[in-house]
Write a protein that binds this ligand. Structure first.
Ligand SMILES: O=C(O)c1ccccc1NCC(=O)[C@H](O)[C@H](O)COP(=O)(O)O
Length: 203
């Protein structure tokens, strides 16, 4: 299973995630307790292997600022986690991960229609637009045909529920932030455990 560890702010957390096989690391440039600036993100990204996806997370940010941060930091995928339009998403040359809040089957139609390579399915917004540590009802997407969209399952995943989440939804990738933290900081043991489960679980 592909695994994205989101909300990376330190070299240690990035190195640990890469060591245990993370496929993607997320850097949050939006209002968040995990917010990072482009310079620090670049310092971390410069240490990462080529094949690890470097995802920049944005919420209702301007195109100009996103492009500035892309250039400064070296991120190579843009995650739009706000109310961005289809037109806005289509205006970038980098691959797009569009985040969707899922609370019922009706929310799934917009996922298919949206012009993005990856659709990140998350729980409804809490204090922040994302990274709230709350799972949605996975049965909503069980056996749903998303066509060519690569589904990234997010929201409240942790080492206790990851295997069940993957077996229920069979996504392209799983994404975690709060579930690999202790007291609001990335926990290297939890990152390792999460990745070991993600890499070995049978679907
Ligand atoms: O992580 C944040 O703090 C954040 C803030 C604002 C917008 C998006 C954010 N995170 C995006 C992610 O991809 C998270 O990993 C995803 O929402 C799942 O988070 P969690 O439920 O904490 O595992």
């Amino acid at each position: 299973m592909n695994v994205k560890i989101c909300g990376i702010t330190t070299n240690d957390a990035a190195a640990c995630a890469v060591q245990y096989g993370a496929n993607a690391l997320g850097f949050v440039f939006a209002n968040s307790k995990r917010k990072i600036n482009a310079e620090k993100a670049k310092e971390i990204i410069d240490t990462l292997p080529k094949d690890v996806m470097k995802v920049g997370v944005f919420v209702n940010e301007t195109k100009e600022n996103i492009e500035k941060i892309v250039k400064l930091s070296g991120i190579n995928i843009i995650q739009l986690h706000g109310d961005e339009t289809q037109e806005f998403a289509s205006s970038f040359s980098l691959p797009i991960i569009k985040a969707f809040s899922i609370s019922s089957q009706e929310d799934l139609q917009q996922v298919i229609a949206f012009p993005c390579e990856y659709a990140l399915l998350d729980s409804p917004r809490g204090k922040y637009h994302g990274g709230n540590g709350i799972a949605f009802n996975w049965s909503i997407i069980k056996n749903y045909d998303f066509g060519q969209k690569k589904i990234v399952l997010a929201g409240g995943l942790n080492e206790s529920n990851l295997a069940e989440a993957i077996q229920t939804t069979n996504p392209f990738m799983v994404d975690v932030s709060s579930g690999v933290e202790t007291d609001g900081k990335k926990d290297l043991v939890k990152i390792k455990n999460f990745l070991q489960i993600g890499k070995t679980v049978h679907i």
